[in-house]
Design a protein around this ligand. Sequence first.
Ligand SMILES: NC(=O)c1ccc[n+]([C@@H]2O[C@H](COP(=O)([O-])OP(=O)(O)OC[C@H]3O[C@@H](n4cnc5c(N)ncnc54)[C@H](O)[C@@H]3O)[C@@H](O)[C@H]2O)c1
Ligand SMILES: N[C@H](CO)Cc1c[nH]c[nH+]1
Ligand SMILES: [Zn+2]
Length: 433
Amino acid sequence: MISRIDLRGTQGDPREALPRAELDVAAAADRVRPICEDVRHRGTEALIELTERFDGVRLTDIRVPAEAIEGALTGLDPAVRAALEESIRRARKVHRDQRRSDHTTQVVPGGTVTEKWIPVDRVGLYVPGGRAVYPSSVIMNVVPAQEAGVRSLAVTSPPQSDFGGLPHPTILAACALLGVDEVYAVGGAQAIAMFAYGAEGCRRADMVTGPGNIWVAAAKRLLKGVIGIDAEAGPTEIAILADSTANADYVAADLVSQAEHDVVAASVLVTPDEALADAVTGHLERRVAATKHSGRVREALSGPQSGIVLVDDLEHGLAVVDAYAAEHLEIMTVDAPARAARVRNAGAVFVGDFSPVSLGDYAAGSNHVLPTGGCACHSGGLSVQTFLRGVHIVDYDRDALADVAHHVITLADAEDLPAHGEAVAARTNPVTA
Ligand SMILES: NC(=O)c1ccc[n+]([C@@H]2O[C@H](COP(=O)([O-])OP(=O)(O)OC[C@H]3O[C@@H](n4cnc5c(N)ncnc54)[C@H](O)[C@@H]3O)[C@@H](O)[C@H]2O)c1
Ligand SMILES: N[C@H](CO)Cc1c[nH]c[nH+]1
Ligand SMILES: [Zn+2]
């Protein structure tokens, strides 16, 4: 069911040989371009038509009424409420520690540069809701935005025909628990375009964040610049670096857990131990047959984006997982903490037998909105920092400017931009009329 790729004895950059999805974000972006253009030109009318086409729901209003949000919290299962509250508590604890404070550097006497961290004014938060329901993603979006001090935040999630054309009630209840009252029943690429361009009934946002399928990730890539985005948090990926000390059943369980998200989710095992590869394959057969979303999981595991990669040794394995730059990387090897500390490229790293990705998905306190498709080599997961802009405030007095004026003028002349130098000279050598 899951393919094998043998990289033993190979050297150099393994990227070309590693499993990757058939449809990449760039190709998907071409497909969602007309959707985004439609929303740009026709606003809410387009949102209503696209929602009917992709979600099978005819919206009467894109905004979820306040009573539906309050009612969802009233009707929430107490056990689910307790779990959401614990997840919120832990996420808040971690994200509060990410807050930044302003810092002033005295560059010279009379000359300072202050770095001031200013939250984005208005953000749109995407919560997926196609194949599964993601109240946990409400928490992972909202908590860092709130801790960053964002003033205006709106959540959007696909409408569900089973729930009167509203987003799933657990999503609405999670919004209520977090004090979010602006919620839209729009999903997919059209939701990203709604925040980028605005529509009747939804003010445009400065930034959109959150996970989603390939169409959502593609719309984020396409509209980046029109609107700020976080990382491209697309279809889920798990890579596991494991050796003979790993528990094969834990490895199999974790590969299946993330394959459950999407038929294009990626599950990759990297190991130097062929016996472990065989044992994991055996456990996969049993687990896939028994799990609820068996069909989806089987499709994900047998797709070109998943596989078992054989490597020479753990050093080679580390180079391979760094090249792959997975959204989630589990290290199940001898000396796991030391090896995890050497990882360069991953959205999040999970160490040892008792830190499965599922823990991070819901209740470790870490954020589960993470970069995919190799973006972990240049981007990190959602955090308070995502919602902050560092702004330099430059404050020099006359003497401090005079002291450095000759250097500024020299550099301006060297760049053949003498008017820059003249703007300084006007202050330090004023010409009196
Ligand atoms: N990277 C992360 O941080 C992270 C976290 C959680 C979930 N995820 C991923 O989020 C995704 C959730 O996907 P989902 O589908 O369940 O929900 P989703 O909300 O992301 O997507 C559903 C929407 O996709 C649109 N759509 C469906 N088919 C389309 C098509 N052919 N063309 C254009 N638009 C189409 C519809 O409008 C629908 O509302 C999964 O891939 C999961 O792995 C990623
Ligand atoms: N594993 C997902 C991130 O790719 C997050 C998630 C939410 N619910 C379950 N899992
Ligand atoms: Zn998950």
